[in-house]
Write a protein of this length. Sequence first.
Length: 114
Amino acid sequence: MNYDEYIKEVERFSGDEVVARLRKYLSEWKKDDSDVIQLANSIERFFGNSWIGNEDTHNHLYGLWSKFEKEAIEGIGGMTMNERLHWFSLFEHYESLQSETAQKVIYAKLCANT
């Protein structure tokens, strides 16, 4: 499951106000300046400090997030740039960038600038 697929799964439960906030944060992350490590920390805090109305929904979404985090974030150091772009659903955005400076922002976001 890549990032956009996770967002789509979260959308299924966005009738819950807390889940709707999670969905909004996940969508906005792709446009902000924070990297994948900051994303992981924010989502972990979100699940730890927010109360999703239905425990099954919480467990489902957190379980999927944990799997994504393990595969995509904890394993990011061994990935190629193309793999990172795929996992975080940033291929189209990256390919549309016109400047090297803008591409470097995506490299930093995906922890690929070392």
